[in-house]
Unconditional design. Structure first.
Length: 146
């Protein structure tokens, strides 16, 4: 079983929490991006529920799953023609944000929607690529049949 969805816009990494009077506070940009991911995941889960039935879709989020995340970045305008070609052929890779922070923000956005808890995710693959056609994050979630 699988869902796929695309989150448009520049990929973001999970921001570091700020501490005020002993409480951790997530920055607003991170919360906003997690909400966008959650909205896209919810739409994909609704499509899945229409295909397999609501009861089955509700039950599947308790199954182990694996997640593929592919972050597409625009090639910087400052790159020369040769450097641009290298970026589009995946010879050059994007540096920031870190792949683990991209995966974290995507997983946190899907928590409670595509899986009951992120402890249900047993494998995560995150790639960063340059693209001249799209900018955003492609997410694929696969569940094991139990």
């Amino acid at each position: 079983m699988k869902i796929s969805f695309f989150v448009p816009g520049k990929p973001r990494g999970k921001g570091r929490p700020r501490f005020f009077k002993g409480h951790a506070v997530t920055d607003p940009k991170t919360r906003e991006y997690e909400t966008l991911v959650g909205d896209r995941a919810q739409a994909a889960m609704n499509d899945l529920a229409r295909c397999i039935g609501l009861k089955e879709a509700d039950a599947i989020i308790d199954n182990p799953c694996d997640v593929d995340v592919i972050a597409f970045f625009a090639v910087p305008k400052s790159y020369s023609k040769v450097k641009r070609e290298c970026a589009l052929n995946q010879v050059l890779k994007p540096n920031k944000p870190d792949a683990d922070n991209i995966a974290k923000i995507v997983l946190d956005g899907m928590n409670g929607i595509a899986f009951s808890d992120d402890a249900r995710v047993w494998r995560v693959v995150c790639e960063k690529r340059y693209s001249d056609t799209i900018e955003g994050v492609q997410v694929n979630v696969y569940w094991e049949e139990v």
